[in-house]
Design a protein around this ligand. Sequence first.
Ligand code: FES
Length: 70
Amino acid sequence: MAADEAAADARCTIACRANGPLLVRGPFRLVDAEGRVVFAGTARALCRCGASRELPFCDGTHHVIGFRAD
Ligand code: FES
């Protein structure tokens, strides 16, 4: 299988962690509004509470603020 075919078959999943971040697993790139790649890799937690000091990534602040995603 060629590298391009392997990449096309790769799966990326996104799961919500209870009262926490979105967990992205699988090969993916995160691109900003200007088209710059801000992350390329296979696993990352994305902030869902909006309070991270490392947006768009989770830095654990959701625990400190008691974020609830009811
Ligand atoms: S979800 Fe973790 S800091 Fe926002």
